[in-house]
Write a protein that binds this ligand. Sequence first.
Ligand SMILES: [Ca+2]
Length: 393
Amino acid sequence: MKGGLAFLLVVVLAGPAVGSEPVQMHPGPGGDPLEVPSQEGEIWLQVPDLAGNLASSEIIEEYDLDTEIANDFVVEESVELTTVVWWGGYWNGYTEPAVTEFMLRIYEEGDECVPGSMIAEYSFPHNCEETVVQEPLFRYQAEIPPLLLRPGTRYWISMIGTHGFPPQWGLLATEGWVECESVFRSEYFSYPDWIPAGGWFVFDSAFALYGEGVATEACCLPDGTCILVLVGTCDAHGGEGQGEGTLCDPNPCHDAAGACCFADGHCEILDRIACASYDGDWVAEDSVCDSNPCPQPRQACCFADGSCTDVPVDACEDAGGTPQGAGTNCNQAACKAPDVGACCRSDGSCAVSDQAECEANQGTYYAGVPCAPNPCVVPVQHTSWGRVKALFR
Ligand SMILES: [Ca+2]
């Protein structure tokens, strides 16, 4: 029996029969979670639960069976992974250990809580130091070439045992689960795509990772791609190192074009790196320069009356002023002396006009002087003593 029914009835079907048809999962022998002391270089640890299930992650050629359980882990700092430990066991006709080869695969995160593309695969033509924990459960360990893992990234790892049939082999559960539930896929069981490993309950596999923290930096390659490398090794990749601790997300090397704002308020479409190299402020991916998004610098704005205000060019022109140019301000701008002033007429009245108009009307011109208060000399009025007395009567 294959497929969904086997998946749902796995615990029921998983009896003591020797070498009965493969099933996807089998209960462990029972017991407490194993004590696994922390040790130096620990990157990840999910201790095995002896009462947990065993989940098929194996290759059995006789059945053309290929199952895979992957579990997630998250690294907070840049690390080089060197040692992988896992726990698994046998059922379905177990008499003695049978795994002859192991395969380890490491994936990047794809969709949320689903493995994406595979970044490393290791095969071991042996049983990876298979050591009994409690029959039929075993501990396994493999050393790999240092694999650089990026901080703040979720990865997935799977361990697949190859062996003859019977028995079956699978990964042992941890108590409860950590982060995402383990996932399972198998053509044999009609699940070609990743599904939650436990079906209607939760299965999360036990494993541990060890390695060493390392200093990394973002390395920008000429084509604009970014790779995270050990500090000091970017040159060897033909790239430009961005400094220790820099990351590739968001990509510091190249971005789709966007608006780049310059100090003088003008806008150009550039990618983020080019913008920064010109001391511009990059706005955002796909932002545009139409209706200029850049903050406009203030500059001196002279008005006809000789007054001055520091405002952006547009505001100056809207108010009828004359912008004095980038970099100017009213402290140093000499707004041109006004070409109007007070024009005093012979009767002592005052009118604002320019010099030519004033002189054409026989007025006396005072450049830049306002009419209030009246600057004009009031002419002497001829009067009689009687009139003067009348004023004070
Ligand atoms: Ca997990």
